[in-house]
Design a protein around this ligand. Structure first.
Ligand code: ADP
Ligand code: ZN
Length: 550
């Protein structure tokens, strides 16, 4: 086939129209399709809703042979299978719940002279576990009928991703097993940092792969952040009700228990809320989903497990009642707002303390040290996003995925983020201060202070201790430390942001201690990191800057 010729072009468009019912390709769909049709390994990084599926479904229809799609979730697979069948495209799915005879039917179709199946969806564990499937694939391959491998949700391959799945690692054998001739691989994901892309490509042994990225900018989403206080959630939801009557939104919580607490809080305030998390039984889950899709209540209180596979176009707001686990996670979760392109609101209710709760969950989890430190680092990035008062939020989110973004676009848009909005009103409001000297002084004193919390340090720095702590500070000699009351002019919040900045910059680390008999409580004491020690001893210099809103 002359892939770049006029015939091919025509065939692409006619299939697009006749099979899928679309007139135009979107974003970079056509380039992706051509790349994979030409036999290149192809990596597709596009936000949710961009139309990634077409990038392998259309080639599957055009070329002879069977396309194997590895996808992690049964619900996603079922959804796709139904869509394909509606379009009259031969499609089957091999999942764990299939009967033996259904398996046999699929295998026999694949082994027949002209398989009717064009797209075969499989879960990753099937690929490695079933010897029978392997031999069916071998035969297809030998007959030249193994068209391509599709790795959906490809970020699951990488340990650095927020959704690592051990079963995905076994996909590294596909390239070697079906190598002569090589079967093209197309990997797709909506959520991968440059590091994860590289990692996934290496792991899948993709060769000279072409990378297609489409913009992660979501113009219709307004990103905002306010401190989390007792009344803030109820107030915001009430505002949302007025702004978007009859519509609904998501409130993300850290745990099932928190979902329930939040539900109660909202219900008490006369708002209607349901919970949605992994602990619901199937019946309840389905009924909540249904009434959610029909806007029967104002708010769904969910843990982050929610949303995989549920596509509701008119979610008008997404509120994070607790911190997301990573920037990718935040982008994904807020991305569930405004799929229909209408203006929608994304709010982070920020409390620094939530990062400690998250850290505690991570530190208590049983993973390897490497994975744990990756998760901890993700949390630190989220904290940096939240503590930031000067950089456009869109820019921070989008550039996390390797895209370059000019914040003027946010500033000039109809839905500027909170930071751009403030800058638009008053450019002078945000000032940058060099706080390196004071930072050094604090860092040098830290080894002389035991069990110091960030709050305590910030109060010492402002010289504004409450009476009880003050007596203790005098007794311990802390009021004689060189940095004592150096930050007299600073507000309480800014002084706290300053010492947190030392954590974000990697100079200070908070060690967590649980309090006996109090499972929910945790103490965090500051100590120097290795980098902090280097700076304290003068072996290394560190510049610390702080933006302050005046
Ligand atoms: P993703 O996998 O990137 O999240 P999907 O493949 O599910 O996105 O596609 C999102 C929606 O866009 C689907 O409803 C799909 O039918 C639609 N779509 C995809 N490509 C096109 C196109 N070229 N023109 C119009 N609609 C499209
Ligand atoms: Zn902005």
């Amino acid at each position: 086939v002359d892939l770049l010729g006029a015939d091919m072009n025509e065939e692409l468009y006619s299939t697009l129209k006749s099979k899928f019912g679309f007139n135009q390709f979107r974003h970079r769909q056509k380039q992706c399709i051509l790349s994979t049709l030409m036999g290149h390994d192809t990596f597709v990084l596009m936000p949710t809703g961009a139309g990634k599926s077409l990038c392998y479904q259309l080639p599957a229809v055009i070329l002879p042979g069977v396309t194997v799609v590895v996808s992690p979730l049964r619900s996603l697979i079922e959804d796709q299978k139904m869509k394909m069948k509606e379009l009259g495209i031969g499609c089957e799915a091999l999942t764990a719940d299939l009967t033996a005879s259904a398996h046999e039917e699929i295998y026999s179709d694949l082994s027949s002279e002209n398989p009717t199946i064009k797209l075969l969806y499989v879960t990753p564990e099937k690929i490695s576990a079933s010897g029978r499937l392997s031999s069916v694939f071998y035969t297809l391959h030998r007959r030249g009928l193994l068209a391509r491998f599709v790795i959906d949700e490809a970020h699951c391959v990488s340990q650095w991703g927020h959704d690592f799945r051990p079963d995905y690692t076994k996909l590294n054998t596909l390239r070697e097993k079906y190598n002569n001739p090589p079967v093209p691989i197309i990997a797709l994901t909506a959520t991968a940092t440059p590091k994860i892309v590289t990692d996934a490509r290496d792991h899948l042994k993709m060769q000279d792969s072409k990378l297609f990225i489409s913009s992660f900018v979501r113009d219709n989403l307004k990103y905002d952040l306010i401190p989390k206080a007792a009344k803030s959630l109820v107030n915001v939801v009430e505002k949302m009700k007025q702004l978007y009557p009859g519509k609904s939104g998501i409130v993300y919580c850290l745990s099932r228990k928190e979902c329930e607490t939040v539900q109660m809080m909202l219900t008490k305030a006369g708002l209607s809320a349901e919970v949605y998390h992994a602990g619901l039984n199937d019946n309840l889950r389905v009924s909540v989903q249904k009434s959610w899709l029909a806007n029967k209540f104002d708010v769904i209180c969910a843990t982050i497990a929610f949303g995989m596979g549920i596509d509701k176009p008119d979610v008008r707001f997404v509120i994070h009642y607790s911190l997301p686990k990573s920037i990718e996670g935040y982008y994904q979760e807020t991305g569930r707002a405004g799929r229909d392109g209408m203006p929608s609101y994304c709010l982070m209710l920020y409390s620094y303390h939530d990062s400690i709760r998250l850290r505690r969950m991570i530190e208590e989890g049983n993973t390897t040290t490497g994975v744990r430190s990756m998760h901890l680092n993700n949390v630190l990035q989220v904290v940096a996003y939240c503590e930031n008062v000067s950089v456009c939020r869109r820019k921070m989110l989008v550039e996390h995925f390797g895209e370059v973004y000019d914040e003027q676009s946010c500033r000039n848009s109809k839905t500027p983020c909170d930071i751009c909005e403030r800058q638009r009103k008053n450019v002078e409001a945000i000032r940058l201060f060099d706080v390196s000297t004071d930072a050094l002084s604090i860092i040098q004193c830290l080894p002389r202070m035991q069990k110091a919390t960030l709050k305590y340090i910030s109060e010492l720095y402002r010289g504004a201790l409450i009476k009880k702590t003050s007596e203790q500070a005098v007794r311990m000699g802390h009021t004689k430390l060189p940095f004592y009351s150096k930050g007299q002019g600073m507000s309480e919040q800014d002084a706290l942001r300053f010492v947190r900045k030392l954590v974000i910059e990697g100079l200070v680390h908070e060690r967590l201690y649980s309090i006996p008999n109090q499972t929910a409580a945790v103490l965090a004491y500051a100590e120097l990191t290795e980098a902090g020690k280097e700076v304290a001893s003068g072996r290394k210099a560190a510049k610390v800057y702080l933006h302050i809103v005046t």
